[in-house]
Design a protein around this ligand. Structure first.
Ligand code: GDP
Length: 443
């Protein structure tokens, strides 16, 4: 799978950080050293790596890591956001000309996947109700025209060709005219590639560019070639003003260098990602999804965001003190419940925790939100005095609370009993602890 090495190395680094209650500057430096090596090994441009690490460090130190309960998570979150930025931040869409047809010129080295990608792009456009035309502009590679014709007929998209005796510039010009005459709204011009960049090729591409004035110049590049892909992209960009990049062969075991460096070095956004030799619709490239895929995080990120928004560190510390000194009241109980609830439905929170569904028995555990809501209603129906001094709760008060909360006296009794048990347990626990100590004596 693509990015496997990078992904597992980064997950390793963050696995160590995740469980930490405190992250020192030294921990951060250690982690960043490992991230740096992982990125370099994935063939990411060294300048890009240097800037990336500096940014992450600066942001991490700017956060009050000491105050947080999840300092490791904050760092992972920062890395995720910076990886996303590195790949362009948000999804970059295909251009659409104000006046039809939209002309897309494909460029890239031989074997990068231009012809295949042209077919995938045509299929993607066709599926979204457009009428594309493929133009066979590679007259040099034997069988290139035939290949495009096969691809075109496979996806049901017309292919414009004038054989291999007319100049590609003229083919491109007539191709665009053909689309205009036939009411086709996208023209995809497949061009010739060489094994290396040479002047004759660049001249020809520049002429095609001049004649067809493309709305989009897509640079097709094999993601497996790593940093070399970035160098070639830069040369093409200097001559042709590329508007976007298509990364191909992401199904292979590419290390990630191209995906992570190309935007940062050339300024050109990655617009599409291609996988497989079969002609399937081309997939738009989503930087944020790619970043969380590299970090192997999935929904963890939404959970981190929720936790950060929902949990107040000062409040939680106060709560911990109260539990230790057994000053815990119904007011605190409610407060704590609200903090957890701010994070969203409990079932969903459980689902977002990685590995939770893999743990034995966890799968069947149901968290009953309705039940939590009823408990909340009961506590809210108490007066301030009752919340602070639950011992005043006699039968008539309990009856009033049940009526006020739409529950039954039995339910109110059960909750008070549970609360009492909890307080007793806290008292026992705190009597076992010495002043200031955080664990049971002698344990
Ligand atoms: P061109 O010379 O740039 O037009 O490249 P082609 O479209 O002919 O592709 C070169 C080779 O790469 C062909 O064997 C394609 O089947 C293969 N190829 C193209 N795109 C992909 C891809 O996304 N994944 C894989 N695995 N192979 C691809």
């Amino acid at each position: 799978m693509a990015f496997e090495g990078l992904s597992s190395r980064l997950q390793n680094v963050f696995g160590k950080l995740r469980g930490k209650g405190k992250v020192t500057e030294e921990d951060l430096n250690d982690a960043m050293r490992e991230v740096r090596l992982a990125l370099l090994e994935a063939d990411v441009n060294f300048k890009v790596v240097k800037e990336f690490i500096a940014k992450v460090k600066e942001k991490a130190l700017g956060q009050e890591l000491q105050k947080s309960f999840t300092p490791g998570m904050i760092i992972i979150d920062i890395v995720n956001k910076e990886l996303t930025e590195l790949m362009g931040g948000t999804q970059s869409k295909l251009a659409k000309a104000a006046k039809s047809p939209t002309v897309i010129m494909m460029a890239g080295l031989q074997g990068a996947g231009k012809t295949t990608t042209s077919g995938k792009l045509a299929l993607m456009l066709k599926k979204s109700n457009h009428k594309p035309l493929l133009v066979a502009g590679d007259i040099y590679r034997p069988a290139a025209i035939k290949q495009l014709e096969v691809v075109g007929s496979g996806v049901g998209v017309p292919v414009f060709t004038l054989g291999d005796q007319t100049s590609p510039v003229e083919i491109a010009r007539q191709g665009v005219q053909h689309a205009k005459d036939n009411g086709l709204d996208y023209v995809i011009i497949d061009t010739a590639g060489r094994l290396h960049i040479d002047e004759a090729l660049m001249d020809e591409l520049k002429q095609i560019h001049e004649v067809t004035k493309p709305d989009e110049v897509l640079f097709v590049v094999d993601a497996m070639t790593g940093q070399e892909a970035v160098n070639v992209a830069q040369s093409f960009h200097d001559q042709l003003a590329l508007t976007g990049v298509v990364l191909t062969k992401l199904d292979g075991d590419t290390r990630g260098g191209a995906a992570l460096s190309i935007k940062a070095v050339t300024g050109c956004p990655i617009k599409f990602a291609a996988t497989g030799e079969k002609i399937e619709p081309l997939e738009p490239f989503h930087p944020e999804r790619m970043a969380s895929r590299i970090l192997g995080m999935g929904d963890m990120l939404s959970l981190i965001e929720k936790a950060q928004a929902g949990i107040d560190a000062d409040k939680a510390a106060e709560m911990e003190r109260k539990m230790r000194t057994a000053e815990f009241t119904f007011e605190d109980f409610l407060d704590q419940m609200e903090q957890v609830r701010k994070m969203g439905p409990l079932d969903q929170i459980m689902d977002m925790l990685p590995g939770m569904n893999k743990m034995k028995g966890m799968k069947d555990m149901k968290v009953d939100d309705k039940q939590v809501g009823r408990v909340e209603a009961i506590v809210k129906s108490m007066t301030t005095e009752e919340k602070r001094k639950p011992e005043v709760l006699n039968h008539s008060r309990r009856k009033r609370i049940a009526a006020g909360s739409g529950t039954s006296v039995a339910e109110v009794n059960r909750l008070i009993k549970q609360f009492d048990d909890m307080r007793k347990m806290m008292k026992q626990f705190s009597s076992m602890m010495g002043p200031g100590s955080k664990g049971p004596k002698g344990a």
